[in-house]
Design a protein around this ligand. Structure first.
Ligand SMILES: C[S@@+](CC[C@H](N)C(=O)[O-])C[C@H]1O[C@@H](n2cnc3c(N)ncnc32)[C@H](O)[C@@H]1O
Length: 210
């Protein structure tokens, strides 16, 4: 049975520090990922709630899941300051309570961290209304030398220190495999190509449940 909450003290501290010092480029990507959303939205793995300020006014409610016991209170604080109503639920997506269907689901930097991305994507499709959309902003698997670095990182220390993040996931293939139709998609490098980090390129897109 899946756990409802998790406690990764190192990751929680690291992510709190990182998300408090985001670049303008990162903020632009977050805004782009949420632009045009409307109605009731589910956000999976909200972290410290960094996305909340970027939801457009056309969103009537955000239900935000965050299982890290040290991050959920920070997400709650961000929710209290948000322009739109946000309810934070301290839970993994796998153990989330049953709710009414959503107009949209937002995954930002989280499909790399769930244990079973294929299963989670099928679950997310099931909680969307027909015609609803998945907005994603995710690290992705790359080829060449960086792909090798990603494989080594995933098999060794990266998931342990980064809250189970796996850098070499073909997330867009998993999204299509779960039955979503990718309507728009693009990629962008987060750092110069020479930076030897396993996380480098992100994919942003909109996928629909037809
Ligand atoms: C890299 S952080 C990204 C946080 C946030 N989405 C953002 O864009 O800043 C990944 C987040 O996913 C959460 N997470 C990991 N596994 C999860 C799961 N099974 N269900 C829901 N959230 C999860 C973590 O607790 C963490 O807050």
């Amino acid at each position: 049975m899946s756990q409802q909450t998790v406690d990764n003290p190192f990751f929680a501290r690291f992510w709190t520090m990182l998300s408090a010092h985001e670049s303008e480029a990162m903020r632009r990507l977050r805004r782009e990922n949420l632009a045009g959303l409307h109605g009731r939205v589910l956000e999976v793995g909200a972290g410290t709630g960094t996305n909340f300020e970027f939801y457009p006014d056309t969103v009537t409610e955000v239900v935000a899941l965050e299982p890290e016991t040290r991050l959920a209170p920070l997400a709650e604080r961000a929710a209290a300051a948000a322009r739109i109503p946000v309810t934070v639920i301290e839970s993994t997506v796998e153990t989330m309570p049953a709710t009414e269907p959503f107009d949209a689901v937002v995954c930002s930097l989280v499909l790399c961290s769930v244990a079973d991305p294929d299963g989670v994507l099928r679950q997310l499709k099931s909680v969307l209304k027909p015609g609803g959309e998945l907005r994603y902003f995710e690290h992705i698997a790359e080829g060449g030398w960086r792909g090798q670095v990603q494989r080594v990182a995933d098999a060794t220390i990266w998931p342990r220190f980064a809250g189970n993040c796996h850098t070499h996931r073909d997330t867009e293939r998993a999204i299509s495999g779960a039955g979503f139709v990718i309507a728009t998609a693009r990629r962008e490098a987060q750092f110069p190509a020479w930076v030897p980090l396993p996380v480098h390129e992100v994919a942003l897109g909109r996928a629909t449940k037809n």
